[in-house]
Design a binder for this molecule. Structure first.
Ligand code: SF4
Length: 445
């Protein structure tokens, strides 16, 4: 089934106006940000070729696009920025940082105005000024074996985070096992077919060489994330924890405590979690993706088969005893629960379900975070379904913020500052909707 990606600009603007009225307690900028995340954005060549330098989209793990590379204008996808910031304009936007998800049929267009300024438009409506993610000083470096450094150590979140995808595939393979919203294996294949330097496994020495270059460049990222697909068998003779640990141990041996280390791996048994903590990693992301038990089984069949939902959730709380609750930040994918077969039809029901999960974790001091789902057409779910309603995303932000306040918790560490105009987290607005006075949780040493 193919999904129409087209939507009328006026319908988009009307929907945002309705949300401004319904959710006056949320910054109005986040309605545009969430729509850009769920619907994507497009650029005119003029907007990309104004001679400014910026960080280009590095395809750091998934495609995060609405159209495969082969079906997009290369002049756009080869030059699109990793992130944009919206600011100013007739609506007086406070700065909000947005991850770029390309969609030629999006109602959102970045173009050059008559004044020469770059701006975001929706149909004929001028929304806000646009700046592109700054180019980190190490970009452009080639490593000794010729690999571009952006293949190894790209930065996101406006330069805050080094995103180190050390395994670009997942051993949950095929529709019987892979998470139904995920296109990691398909993105790997399309990048290789496009002739891009894109390697399944990163050699440890190549990663360390890249980080040497990051340091030598004077760049100032604050954190790194070690991530990649799940390992159910072996890679380089190592199981999942052994594989990802070799990178953490190498980084922390060469650059002890220089950056805040985070790791995305499965919900693992306690002895493995203790090994991760001992390596110097300070934040653990055992992502649970969706809370509803039946949807977890449908959307994450591999995780259900190898670990099981009940055990997954139990291990998240067990990990909080090892890392402290502040050091465990599981992700869920906002939107998939309304797209799946058997998913929720009304936002209210989805808010209730996800809110139950948030309350469960936050009552133990664990603060989940989320990524707004991009319906990637190479994923099982994205091939058949468009995004969740914008109103669902708005309400979810309110549920997350209110549950955080109910439990008197602070912003999760490792995402920069909270609050509209200050936040840099680009794949969801949860950091934007917080009161900056809430502060950021402190990790134990
Ligand atoms: S575990 Fe699921 S979400 Fe993670 S890479 Fe594998 S298929 Fe994708």
């Amino acid at each position: 089934m193919s999904v129409s990606r087209h939507v009328e600009p006026q319908d988009t603007l009307d929907a945002i106006d309705a949300l401004v009225a319904e959710f006056p307690d949320l910054p109005h900028e986040v309605f545009v940000k969430e729509d850009l995340l769920r619907r994507g954005v497009w650029f005119t060549p003029a907007a990309l070729q104004r001679g400014h330098t910026f960080a280009r989209k590095a395809y750091f793990i998934f495609s995060f696009d609405h159209v495969p590379l082969a079906e997009m204008d290369a002049a756009v996808h080869e030059h699109a920025p990793e992130e944009i910031a919206l600011e100013g304009g007739a609506l007086g936007f406070r700065r909000v940082v947005v991850s770029v998800r390309l969609n030629p049929a999006s109602p959102w267009l970045v173009d050059v105005a008559a004044t020469g300024a770059v701006e975001l438009r929706c149909g004929g409506e001028r929304i806000a000024g646009v700046s592109f993610a700054p180019r980190p000083p190490w970009y452009g470096v080639q490593l000794a074996d010729g690999t571009p450094i952006t293949e190894v150590a790209p930065a996101i979140e406006w330069g805050y985070l080094l995103y180190l995808t050390v395994f670009r595939m997942c051993q949950y393979f095929g529709r019987e096992e892979e998470c139904q919203f995920c296109d990691i294996n398909h993105n790997f294949r399309q990048q290789r077919e496009a002739g891009n330097p894109y390697f399944a496994v990163k050699p440890v020495e190549r990663l360390l060489e890249a980080l040497d270059q990051v340091v030598a460049s004077g760049g100032t990222p604050q954190a790194y994330t070690l991530t990649g697909g799940s390992i159910t068998a072996r890679v380089d003779g190592l199981d999942e924890v052994g594989f990802y640990l070799r990178y953490a141990e190498a980084i922390e041996a060469r650059f002890p405590g220089r950056w805040l280390g985070k790791m995305v791996v499965q919900a693992l048994p306690r002895p493995d979690v203790e090994r991760i903590r001992r390596s110097g990693i300070r934040i653990y992301h055992p992502n649970y993706e969706v809370w509803d038990p039946a949807l977890f089984r449908t959307l994450c069949p591999g995780k259900e088969r190898y670990v099981g939902r009940a055990e997954w959730m139990r291990r998240i709380l067990e990990a909080a005893e090892v890392f402290s609750p502040q050091g465990v930040i599981p992700n869920f994918v906002a939107g998939v629960e309304m797209a799946a077969e058997g998913g929720f039809r009304r936002p209210e029901d989805a808010w209730r379900s996800t809110g139950e999960g948030l309350d469960y974790f936050m009552s133990h001091g664990v603060v989940p975070r989320f990524t707004t789902w991009c319906p990637e057409p190479m994923s099982v779910l994205g091939a058949a379904h468009g995004p969740a309603p914008l109103r669902y995303h708005a309400g979810l932000l309110r549920v997350w913020r209110d549950t955080l306040m109910k439990h008197s918790l602070k912003a999760p560490p490792g995402y920069g500052e909270p609050g509209i105009g200050r936040a840099v987290f680009s794949v969801s607005s949860f950091m934007d909707v917080m009161d900056p006075a809430t502060g950021v949780a402190v990790l134990p040493c």
